[in-house]
Design a protein around this ligand. Structure first.
Ligand SMILES: [Zn+2]
Length: 252
């Protein structure tokens, strides 16, 4: 099953920081594996905002040379997930709340247009993929108690959530647009991981169900309300509630 994926655990650094990640995918080369492993580590907060990323330690832990590590860090800098400071080193970037707001706004504007177009025409195959993805989300929620910790549960949910939205953009042949949103929304996902509220997940799954129904019934006029709630509501919790550790956030 998708969310019972294999995990390997590697130890990074002299302080033995645990970094859990998906095992290498079949046929995955060093460059892609290294990039994915470090990106997943950052998005799941195994690698903490502000943490030093030592090339030698990462290379030893992932059993790859320093070239794919440097390549991955450079790519992750473009996604605002890593700060490269010349002569000093690379750090996991701190969460930037302004960037989160900007990314959420962009995501809303672009997906709103996509969903309105989907109400006119949407491939049956993509609709079936959305339903299959939603089934996995519901199964995941049912099996929540089997997860060793809430973090793994949320991590698996975030993967399905990302896939859900990518299927919508794929149906409209706008894969590149989704990729751009996904890069911009990295900090949004780090905040979801950080709060790990099960009730939010339940609500998000219900909204995914509504989105499928909107496409099927061609309810164009419902798009804005449902999508606005889906994207902006989780952010209300982040602004005030929950213990904020200021050291994790960029001060702007
Ligand atoms: Zn979603």
């Amino acid at each position: 099953m998708m969310f019972n994926g294999e995990y390997i655990v590697v130890l990074i650094g002299v302080r033995s920081i645990m970094l859990e990640m998906s095992a290498r995918l079949p046929g995955e080369n060093n460059i892609n594996f290294t990039y994915r492993a470090i990106r997943e580590g950052i998005l799941s907060l195994e690698l903490k905002p502000g943490q030093l990323l030592n090339v030698g330690e990462l290379s030893e832990a992932l059993k790859v040379s320093s070239t794919p590590i440097k390549n991955a860090l450079w790519k992750l800098q473009q996604e605002h997930l890593v700060d490269l400071i010349p002569q000093v080193g690379s750090y996991v970037s701190k969460i930037d709340l302004e960037l989160v707001e900007e990314a959420a706004g962009m995501w809303f504007d672009l997906e709103k247009e996509c969903l309105k177009s989907a109400c006119h025409e949407f491939p049956k195959d993509n609709l079936n993929q959305l339903k299959r993805n939603l089934n996995f989300q519901e199964m995941l929620l049912d099996q929540q108690s089997n997860f060793p910790n809430p973090k793994e549960f949320i991590r698996e949910f975030c993967k399905l959530d990302e896939e859900f939205h990518s299927i919508i953009f794929d149906g409209l042949r706008r894969n590149t647009t989704w990729k751009a949103i996904s890069y911009m929304a990295s900090d949004y996902h780090r905040l979801i991981m950080r709060h790990q509220v099960k009730e939010n997940v339940k609500q998000m799954i219900a909204e995914h169900r509504d989105i499928i129904s909107i496409i099927e019934k061609r309810e164009r006029e419902q798009v804005e309300t449902v999508l606005r709630d889906h994207i902006f509501r989780p952010m209300e919790d982040w602004g005030t509630g929950h213990k904020m550790d200021i050291s994790e956030f960029a001060l702007t």
